[in-house]
Design a protein around this ligand. Structure first.
Ligand code: F6R
Length: 355
């Protein structure tokens, strides 16, 4: 059941601290500062000279994030929308690893991309939530994200767990030895998600902007996939026009859409590029658009914002998870206020088993 929550989506948003703890359990050791995902995964990722990630929808946003994370470790990595990967397969070599990110493990487009890779002799790893799913059975390796069942059609806790799981993969790439600071940041993340859930003002923000014409979401670096995910969640459950952009792209076209009735959600966490995003926020503000800053307070973006959704400070790689929780809640409350069918949005299915 929904354990007293109005919707499964809200229940699952609130289950995130637990889901993240389960994902970490017996995999990270704070005392030794190590991450252990087992020998098979360690061998597969340590042998990979390059990584291609394939996924759809929300899982694609986790894949975009993962690609950036792996690149930051010096490993060439790229995320592909699975259906595009199949249409135009990128070149690979003997040491390429293909990672399929799929909550259900049953998404036809993603399975098809993984099978395509296998036919070409490429090693595959599934990052999935469902034990025994097709992806888990067919891939050479499997990493379970251990979120527990997700009933709401909109993916919430599984996105957060995917992001956490790929952070553990990145740690294993570097032989599993990572800094004590980072391992304790991983361990602190579930509690910080709880803090966001306890202290959020997302409902007030949603109520203020529920009548808007459209919603835009911007971010750069690790905040970019969160901007994309914020927009997807908003479209799916509120049926309102929403779009996510890399912050730097706004002035190359989409800025024409920005008016006083199109709030812009600016995800501004960490340090890399954040000052530039603040510059983009100023451009938006000059067009009279309301700005909602989702921020860890490392910049002065709040000075240019009409509303602020705060997140606790953490390692810059993990801050996007916290920012995303705020955006999940904004979408939820907008959709609720509009009386939408939140757990089963029109035209959508939990797992898409046709290409
Ligand atoms: C969004 C959503 C979809 C799925 C996509 C991939 O909330 O649920 O975009 O993320 O259909 O599904 P999986 O992860 O099962 O492959």
């Amino acid at each position: 059941g929904k354990s007293g929550y109005d919707h499964y989506m809200l229940k699952e948003i609130h289950e995130q601290p637990r889901a993240l703890r389960q994902c970490l359990q017996e995999r990270v050791d704070e005392l030794s500062g190590t991450v252990d995902l087992g020998d098979d995964i360690a061998t597969a990722v340590q042998n990979a000279e390059s990584i291609q990630l394939v996924a759809c929808g929300t899982s694609y946003h986790a894949a975009l994030y993962a690609a950036e994370l792996f690149r930051s470790q010096g490993v060439p990595a790229q995320a592909f929308v699975a259906s595009e990967y199949v249409t135009s397969p990128p070149p690979h070599d003997d040491d390429t690893l293909v990672i399929g990110v799929t909550q259900s493990g049953e998404t036809a487009d993603t399975l098809s991309a993984l099978r395509d890779a296998q036919r070409r002799g490429v090693d595959t790893l599934a990052v999935t939530n469902v034990v025994g799913s097709t992806a888990s059975r067919e891939c050479d390796g499997v990493l379970y994200i251990r979120s527990g069942p997700e009933i709401g059609v909109a993916a919430t806790k599984t996105f957060s767990a995917q992001v956490l799981a790929v952070n553990m993969v990145a740690a294993v790439m570097g032989n599993g030895d990572t800094s004590h600071e980072f391992v304790s940041a991983l361990r602190d993340l579930p509690g910080q998600v709880q803090t966001v859930l306890d202290e959020t003002n997302a409902r007030e923000v949603a109520e203020r902007f529920v009548d808007s014409d459209a919603y835009f979401f911007i971010g750069r670096g690790y905040d970019y996939p969160v901007a994309m995910e914020g927009a997807l969640k908003m479209k799916e459950i509120s049926y309102k026009h929403a779009e996510g952009f890399p912050a730097g792209e706004l002035k190359h076209g989409p800025l024409a859409l920005v008016t006083g009735n199109t709030p812009v959600f600016a995800v501004v966490t960490g340090e890399t590029g954040s000052e530039k995003t603040v510059g983009n926020v100023k451009e938006v503000e000059a067009r009279n658009a309301p700005v909602v800053a989702v921020t860890d307070g490392r910049t002065d973006v709040e000075r240019y914002a009409d509303e602020v959704l705060e997140v606790p400070e953490t390692d810059p790689r993990l801050a996007p998870v916290l920012a995303n929780v705020q955006l999940q809640l904004v979408s939820y409350h907008v959709a609720k206020k509009l009386g939408r069918s939140i757990d089963k949005p029109r035209n959508l299915a939990k797992s898409v088993t046709v290409e």
